[in-house]
Design a protein around this ligand. Structure first.
Ligand code: IMP
Length: 196
């Protein structure tokens, strides 16, 4: 039974592939480029939109589609960028543009370091039904960037209990503490059950 990942985000694909024992196929390898309008106002809603859209387009209805909708929220700034993390600096913005826009927003607010958290909602859509699980990672966000590891907002995020940003820490460590890693731990038994 195939597991199709409903994302074309290279950072997420790399992390999913490292975290899963079974082969994970990117939807674009089967269906090509598809524009998915993520217009829900929750991570859960957007994760379901992505997984449902891909599942509906697949010929193989035995496949399991897994999607991840995620982002970072800064409570001091009213929870931004939250569900808009991927397009914080505008539609089609690059990870770097989004990153530096958040650095600027913190600087404008006169904040050097403040609490932030990542959220990941993983949706699983299969012929047996739909499931959604969540994972979170708390820490501090800095009005500067350090390191090049990870992707997205990682160079400005220091996980709780650490001194370094995720841009400086290695991917193996991130896997064990990340919002996506935690959500995937919950998703794994569901995926295994659906494969039986
Ligand atoms: P999505 O693909 O619509 O779920 O957007 C997720 C966006 O949130 C990404 O483009 C990143 O900007 C951000 N994001 C989510 N997870 C991470 C992470 O683990 N590290 C850094 N940025 C992340």
């Amino acid at each position: 039974m195939k597991i199709i990942l409903a994302t074309s985000n290279k950072g997420k694909l790399r992390e999913f592939r490292k975290m899963c024992d079974t082969e994970v196929i990117a939807f674009s390898d089967i269906l090509g480029d598809i524009e998915i309008i993520e217009d829900a106002d929750t991570f859960k809603g957007n994760a379901l939109i992505k997984a449902r859209t891909i599942y509906e387009k697949l010929e193989d209805k035995d496949a399991i589609v897994v999607s991840d909708d995620s982002g970072i929220s800064v409570p001091l700034l009213g929870g931004i960028p939250g569900v808009y993390s991927a397009r914080y600096a505008g539609d089609g913005a690059s990870d770097k543009e989004n990153l530096y826009k958040l650095v600027d927003a913190l600087k404008e607010a006169g904040v050097e370091r403040t609490l932030a958290y990542y959220t990941a909602a993983i949706a699983i859509v299969s012929k047996f039904g739909e499931y959604v699980v969540h994972g979170w990672m708390y820490g501090d966000i800095l009005a500067t960037t350090r390191g090049d590891n990870g992707f997205g907002y990682d160079p400005m995020f220091v996980p709780s209990g650490f001194e370094h940003t995720l841009g400086e820490l290695d991917d193996e460590l991130k896997k064990s503490i990340s919002h996506r890693g935690k959500a995937l731990m919950l998703a794994k038994p569901i995926i295994e059950m659906l494969q039986r």
